[in-house]
Ligand binder design. Structure first.
Ligand SMILES: Nc1ncnc2c1ncn2[C@@H]1O[C@H](COP(=O)(O)OP(=O)(O)OP(=O)(O)O)[C@@H](O)[C@H]1O
Ligand SMILES: [Mg+2]
Length: 284
């Protein structure tokens, strides 16, 4: 069946359960049969993070407790400086907490070695940033294949996967374009294709539409929601925009480094999310 979401065929990406055509996790790098951390896809408990620079301390996270059961499309919403990116970096195993427990897709991040975390990042997590982070000298196709090329995967397998991903994300005919010959929305879709290379169960996105116009942003939110649903994976998006959060099933509100509430956003529009958010922030 072909399902169109935001004008993009996401069914062709294949569900997580049937991703045989794509590169697989390396033997022994631990894709778990089930999730630990109380069965949730993501669980944070008492997570603290303080930045120390030039004798100054910033307490970015002050005891984050958060559970995301998944699969589905979820938002972490908060004001600038509330700690959203810090939390996402910890979930993406790009940084370590000072204190607390972090479980992602069955892995207890706080107990893992640097090498295990690198493997996890490469194979089990998809990460998307506001700035796209594409290599300007590589084509779209080469950017998508890059994690696999660095890991030494077969070129033929990678080519097959990247072609399928690019086509599925509406980028047919764009594979040979360098990033500067793509629109912002297209560049971000290349970054999403790269994030999906290993069919991860969890995709983490930090303000993925921060550099896009409102029409491209709307398209991207629909796309991420469609990917979560069709592939039965968990997509977590950090945002400060009610219009973005309205596409998600649930919104976790972050204030001053702690989760202070959740909004059941199914069926709410941007104005509805904004109202609930204001109520939460006022009473927190
Ligand atoms: N590398 C760093 N060194 C020192 N302080 C930092 C660092 N990164 C973030 N901070 C501080 O930690 C706090 C949380 O920052 P963070 O980037 O997580 O916020 P955010 O919610 O993502 O904000 P924004 O919406 O503006 O992206 C801020 O006060 C910020 O200045
Ligand atoms: Mg941020």
């Amino acid at each position: 069946m072909r399902v169109e979401r935001g004008g993009i065929n996401v069914t062709a990406l294949g569900s997580h359960a049937s991703s045989e055509s794509g590169p697989r996790s390396a033997p022994g790098d631990g894709r778990p049969g089930g999730d630990s951390g109380s069965g949730a896809v993501i669980r944070c408990s008492g997570v603290h993070k303080t930045y120390r620079t030039a004798g100054r301390e910033v307490r970015a996270l002050r005891g984050v407790d958060l559970t995301i059961d998944g699969p589905g499309f979820y938002a972490i919403m908060g004001a600038s400086g509330s700690g959203k990116s810090t939390l996402l970096h910890l979930l993406a195993a790009l940084d370590a907490p000072d204190r607390g427990e972090l479980f992602v897709s069955g892995h207890a991040l706080h107990t893992m070695t640097e090498r295990q975390l690198t493997n996890l990042r490469r194979r089990n997590l998809g990460i998307v940033f506001q700035q796209f982070n594409l290599i300007p000298t590589l084509t779209a196709r080469e950017n998508v294949e890059l994690p696999g090329a660095l890991a030494g995967d077969s070129a033929a397998g990678l080519r097959e996967r990247s072609e399928a991903l690019l086509a599925s994300l509406g980028l047919e005919g764009r594979g040979d374009h360098r990033p500067d010959a793509l629109s912002g929305g297209e560049q971000q879709r290349v970054a999403i294709a790269r994030a999906l290379l290993y069919a991860p169960r969890v995709v983490l996105a930090d303000e993925p539409t921060g550099n896009l116009d409102s029409v491209s942003a709307e398209k991207l939110w629909r796309l991420l929601g469609g990917i979560a649903q069709e592939q039965q994976i968990t997509v977590v998006m950090v945002t400060h925009e009610p219009a973005a959060a309205a596409h998600c099933a649930r919104v976790h509100v972050l204030q001053d480094g702690a989760v202070t509430g959740t909004i059941e956003s199914e069926g709410l529009d941007a104005a509805g999310v904004a109202t609930r958010y204001q109520e939460l922030v006022r009473t927190a």
